[in-house]
Ligand binder design. Structure first.
Ligand code: ACO
Length: 323
């Protein structure tokens, strides 16, 4: 059976680190408040002129190197982002060009913090349908550009970064026959627009706008929706929480991550956490966390990974992947 397997992972974080201490000189906040409410201690911020496509290209190149492939082996580039370089063309086509590719097809996926899960599911379906053989699935964001740096309720949470995987078709039998994306589950509820959105855009205000969020409401929905979408993935495959080797959640808030882990009765050591150092990098957070855990040796070939995320829209989703 044709499946799509992860052949390589990569990530990139901008050099500049913004600590909670430094933030507390910019807005009325404190390291204690930020750590207690979100678990975030620091985040990375892109340099002036460093674009989402630059971050995405570096993460993609790292994933290609990790897979032992070159850009010309790829026929599909997906960039999950809510912070594209420009309204159009798609950041994915810019990444395609920066990687030196001259073939294949490329487009962006916009599902905010759930973007990587949506993009992974999309690439998986293109591969299973036979319309692509090797896809770069990238989550890349420069949320520092849409954060209102005078709004302490949001500017302490969001950050910049990129992560990527190479997804490739496999028809291998035998010991590797159970590798790949086993199942994915996507949801949206546009009725929750006002709880998390950007108050600008080309068609509404002709401006870029700033991120606006009812944090407490988002929190409540996140805990409920994530619990239901991870159960959906388990039920679809007949697998149990005990079967999962690693929970790789969207890194929005340590309390939300802990809540999902507790509901699954997952020991904390099996939950990959980067939010303390990365902040919330939206669509980049899941592939960033995955790449960190692959590179430090935690995630190994054959491990069962449960990925999940929730974001503006609302959108939410999960994927079970045999690495
Ligand atoms: N520093 C100090 N005080 C602050 C700050 C700050 N940075 N921000 C808000 N406060 C104050 C508020 O003004 C409020 O003061 P008041 O009681 O005098 O009115 C108080 O702290 C409590 O504010 P709440 O918003 O009720 O705090 P809460 O415990 O809900 O934590 C937070 C806020 C961290 C935003 C939390 O609600 C949250 O994480 N929500 C989820 C948001 C999220 O993760 N969004 C990402 C996208 S969706 C997703 O990825 C899941």
């Amino acid at each position: 059976m044709r499946r799509s397997v992860i052949a390589g992972t990569g990530s990139y974080l901008p050099e500049r680190i913004l600590t909670n201490e430094e933030l507390s000189t910019m807005v009325d906040t404190s390291d204690e408040w930020i750590v207690a409410r979100s678990g975030i201690r620091q985040r990375h911020i892109a340099a002036d002129g460093e674009l989402t496509s630059d971050l995405g290209t570096k993460a993609a190149q790292a994933a290609l190197d990790n897979a032992g492939l070159t850009a010309n082996d790829i026929d599909l580039v997906l960039v999950a982002t809510a912070t594209p370089d420009e309204t159009f063309p798609a950041t994915a086509t810019t990444v395609q060009h920066k990687l030196g590719m001259t073939g294949g097809f490329a487009f962006d996926v916009q599902a905010v913090c759930t973007g990587f899960i949506y993009a992974l599911a999309t690439a998986d379906n293109f591969i299973k349908a036979g319309q692509a053989n090797r896809a770069l699935v990238i989550g890349a964001e420069t949320f520092s550009r849409i954060v209102d740096w005078e709004d302490r309720t949001t500017c302490v949470l969001f950050a910049d970064g990129a992560g990527a995987v190479v997804l490739e078709a496999s028809e291998e039998a035998g010991t590797n026959a159970d590798r790949g994306v086993l199942t994915s589950h996507l949801h949206a509820d546009g009725g929750k627009h006002d709880l998390l959105y950007v108050d600008g855009g080309p068609s509404s205000t002709r401006t870029t706008g700033y991120l606006r969020m009812e944090g407490r409401e988002v929190f409540k929905h996140a805990v409920t929706n994530l619990a239901s979408v991870v159960n959906e993935a388990l039920e679809a495959t007949g697998l149990a929480p005990d079967d999962i080797d690693w929970l790789i959640p969207h890194q929005a808030n340590k309390r939300i991550i802990d809540g999902t882990g507790r509901k699954l009765k997952m020991p904390a050591e099996k939950v990959v956490v980067t939010v303390d150092r990365h902040g919330n990098t939206s669509a980049a957070s899941v592939p960033l966390a995955l790449d960190e855990a692959v590179r430090d040796g935690r995630v190994k070939r054959g491990d069962l990974l449960l990925l999940e995320a929730m974001g503006g829209g609302f959108t939410w989703g999960s994927a079970l992947v045999r690495f």
